[in-house]
Design a protein around this ligand. Structure first.
Ligand code: TGC
Ligand code: FAD
Length: 391
């Protein structure tokens, strides 16, 4: 079979370096060979394909943009292309890699002590240690600043109490980064699996991201050694968790366009094969209009992601730039998936095709890491200077 060529209407590959194309193509081929043939079974069963973790680690995909500690030290664009290709396979796989790399390894790398980095990063890079990121609570989603989870300084240790909800990788994690208020200021704590009083509960009944583990974290009088506070988060309050979100949102922007590419590809090939009224349905003007709109948005989304990536590499990306890319990628990725679902007719509702799975996944991707509305308001704040979240 021909290797998958991707969706590139305008020779955008020429905007990438040879190294970036090589990393993208290696991930692409791996996704085609190892993910796509098995992912539907996992989605049906509601299981995460943990057999793929060692392979992803071996390819350097975990914490790929971090330096040292066994990480690949790639640039932002190469990292984004990896996310695009992983989510072409399934959003659950990209979620795993986002949480591991951007939400756990990045804060340990950025805010951790040398001992914390040595203890966790090499194992997380080689996939033998898994992490999760606990910010959201049952009553505080878009507004995490209101969180209830508390840490008390007990002299020789901290005592944590509270609950986190919707936590990706929760039940399978060796370490949870739990965000809690100490004297009203938000800080990050490393809570290790097996610590007395710390438990996880798998959240089921999901119609989306079924090949991803989502959990509650419950903290009841959990004693945390003093050395498990992330020292760099001690005095920056919400900037701690929000700066992690910027890293993960950047990868999601690329990933959602990758899922859109998978849906566009399937709609195109289906349309050329499916005959109605004596012609392939791809010959009808209405069908072609949909394809034209899809490929236009994929092209625009790629360019937006690429520019944010280049700004990131130059140290010039503002969180609101990332918000625009995340908002755009999720909105159009989901729009493309919904159109593709329709273009496949009845077949589009079955899991014999990828479109419905991607469509359902992207409903979560649009919601997590800041909903569409929240990113609208972040952009609104940037252009007006007026924050909608304050009175
Ligand atoms: P605000 O007053 O605006 O800012 C507080 C301080 O933080 C700085 N800051 C950021 N820094 C870096 N990156 C960002 N994205 C930042 N956003 C804000 C800001 O400059 C300020 O710094 P300083 O020095 O002036 O103190 O913050 P706020 O408390 O009013 O927050 C407003 C709001 C609504 C934008 C924020 O709460 C928000 O983004 N809410 C959305 C919550 C969210 O996205 N949750 C995601 C949970 S994790 C998740 O979903 C993982 S899914 C992963 C997967 O499976 O792939
Ligand atoms: P709410 O905040 O209650 O929002 C509900 C609706 O109100 C949305 O449409 C929202 O846009 C709108 N709204 C809220 N405020 C405003 C406003 N000011 N103006 C206009 N509209 C507004 N969290 C983690 O911490 N770690 C994880 O690993 C993680 N993984 C997740 C995995 C999955 C599958 C899902 C679905 C969620 C995950 N989350 C995680 C949680 C996710 O970040 C939150 O769901 C998200 O931030 C939205 O919060 P909420 O669900 O409480 O919605």
């Amino acid at each position: 079979m021909e290797p998958y060529q991707g969706v590139d209407y305008m020779d955008l590959d020429t905007l990438l370096t040879e190294e970036e194309r090589m990393i993208r193509d290696t991930t692409r081929e791996w996704v085609s060979a190892r993910v796509i043939p098995i992912i539907e079974e996992h989605y049906r069963a509601g299981t995460f394909p943990d057999e793929l973790i060692p392979e992803m680690a071996e390819m350097g995909l975990l914490g790929a943009n971090l330096d040292g500690y066994g990480c690949a030290g790639l640039g932002a664009v190469a990292y984004g292309l990896i996310m695009q290709e992983l989510e072409r396979g399934d959003s659950g796989l990209r979620s795993f890699v986002s949480v591991q790399g951007a939400l756990c390894m990045w804060p340990i790398h950025t805010y951790g002590s040398e001992e914390q980095k040595q203890k966790w990063l090499p194992g997380m890079a080689n996939g033998t240690k898994i992490g999760c990121f606990g910010l959201t609570e049952p009553d505080f989603g878009s507004n995490p600043t209101g969180m209830i989870t508390r840490a008390e300084d007990k002299g020789d240790h901290y005592l944590l109490n509270g609950a986190k909800m919707w936590i990706t990788n929760g039940c399978i994690s060796d370490v949870a980064i739990v965000w809690a208020k100490l004297d009203g200021r938000v800080m990050g704590f490393l809570v290790e699996k097996g610590t007395p009083g710390f438990s996880t509960r798998r959240q089921g009944h999901k119609m989306s991201l079924r090949a991803s583990v989502t959990s509650e974290l419950i903290l009841q009088d959990v004693k945390i050694p003093k050395e498990n506070l992330l020292p760099g988060t001690e005095s920056i309050h919400m900037k701690g968790p929000l700066s992690c979100l910027t890293q993960a949102r950047y990868g999601i922007a690329w990933g959602a366009i990758g899922a859109g590419m998978a849906c566009y590809d399937e709609a195109l090939s289906y349309g050329k094969e499916r005959i109605q009224f004596g012609r392939p349905i791809a010959q009808f003007q209405l069908f072609q209009r949909k394809l034209a709109e899809m490929i236009t948005e994929i092209t625009k989304g790629f360019l937006l992601n690429l520019q944010v990536g280049r700004l990131k590499e130059q140290g010039k990306a503002h969180p609101s730039h990332v918000s625009m890319a995340k908002r755009n990628g999720c909105y159009w990725g989901l729009w493309i998936a919904r159109e593709a679902r329709d273009m496949l007719g009845a077949n589009g509702i079955t899991d014999e095709y990828v479109v419905m799975r991607h469509m359902c996944n992207l409903e979560s991707v649009k919601t997590y890491e800041g909903t569409h509305d929240i990113h609208t308001l972040i952009i609104g704040h940037r252009v007006t200077g007026l924050p909608a979240f304050e009175g």
